[in-house]
Design a binder for this molecule. Sequence first.
Ligand SMILES: [Fe+2]
Ligand SMILES: [Fe+2]
Length: 475
Amino acid sequence: MTAINLTERIPNNVNLAGDRTLQRALEHWQPRFLNWWHEMGPEDFSAADVYLRTAVGVDAQGWASYGHVKMPDYRWGIFLADQIADRTIGFGDSFGAPVWQQVPGEFRSQFRRIIVTQGDTEPASVEQQHLLGHTCPSLYDLRNLFQINVEEGRHLWAMVYLLHAYFGRDGREEAEEMLTRHSGDVDKPRILDTFNEPIEDWLSLFMFTYFTDRDGKFQLKSLAESAFDPLARTCRFMLTEEAHHMFVGDTGIARVIRRTLEVMKEHGTADPAAIRRAGAVDLPTMQRYMNFWFTSSLDLFGSEVSSNAATTFANGIKGRPDESQYQDHNCSNATFEMEVPDGQGGVKKDAAPLRNAMNEVMRDAYIKDCEIGVKRWNMQIQRAGHEFRFSLPSPRFRRSIGAWLQVPTDPAGNLISAAAYSEGMPNWLPSAKDKAFIKSLMQRVVAPGKIAAWIAPPDRGINNLGLDYEYVKLA
Ligand SMILES: [Fe+2]
Ligand SMILES: [Fe+2]
């Protein structure tokens, strides 16, 4: 295991001290990052002591230590997974050749764009979540929010390191830009739409961490296959941290459902109005939140057919998640079949060259992964004896990019008229009324061991601690 020296000004396992120019450049960026954190990070909690995990190694076992830390003192740093000896390129035109320790000149701008796009999402999500601390349902949840926030900050460090270390002056300029774009900013928004959507309540946070962080998982998995070894190693370690973010979403949604089922039982009704009066979230409202975040996240994978996707695959920049599961790693002679609108109100089958369909391959894998949670949540409902079932909308529904852009369908994917679409929308996405109701539930609970009435407690605490542990010591 490569140990991380936490006493250095920038903790790292890349021997930063051995490259004084790079070290100085990053030390110059560090105070700007901290300014950004103070301005755009969690509002008002700078003085709180938060029970956080901090990376101390990059080994799968025992890579983190836990303790109370003030967030601005968190040891953000640069941690790459250990190098794999004799690693070779796993896909594309250069399959089988040794991986690259430097960026080949001809692929430089493609690599830079991908690293910048990934990097931009990390601080974006911190900005999206910066007010949520005020309305936390418990100290346990508050701590989890802050854990995610500091780790997204670290993921920004991960990408900024690559930009500084391998992209010269262009890279340094991009690193500056990371701190000047802001989520939802009219003039300088974040690059991807989903990361400009406000997250103003905890139900949205759980949906975001389940669906949108999971998009992150698939992007990181595909970059972990990259022929550019430092990028691959960076992403492999980020995936270790990312698992907790999706855990927060998965268990968060399950806990809201559990509480709702309790209220349904207590009151002997499934009527949404009655459930709301009793202070819980009715299941149809949860479905609408799911529809919103799932469809928004689907767009992050890009168009079904994309020459850009073909190029990044051919050039060894971005592979498929878990590339080793496939037989054919070249993919230049294969096709991929998909359903697209026929332009006359129907659907037709279309085959695209597989390399051009890589976005769709990834999106399919992502959807399968999303379905696992949905199945589990439906089991909860079934066990409680209710008919209601959650379902993921069809990938045709409400798309803002690609073949299904502006093709009106219902959530099941049936083609419908534009009029039927606008009429149906208020029932398919959270309405202003839904949002106002969810907002009304967001009352801050910060007594140790106590929890808001709209969500059930978690099954267990963090790091084997109890639920009444003081995970955040408020100043
Ligand atoms: Fe991240
Ligand atoms: Fe994340």
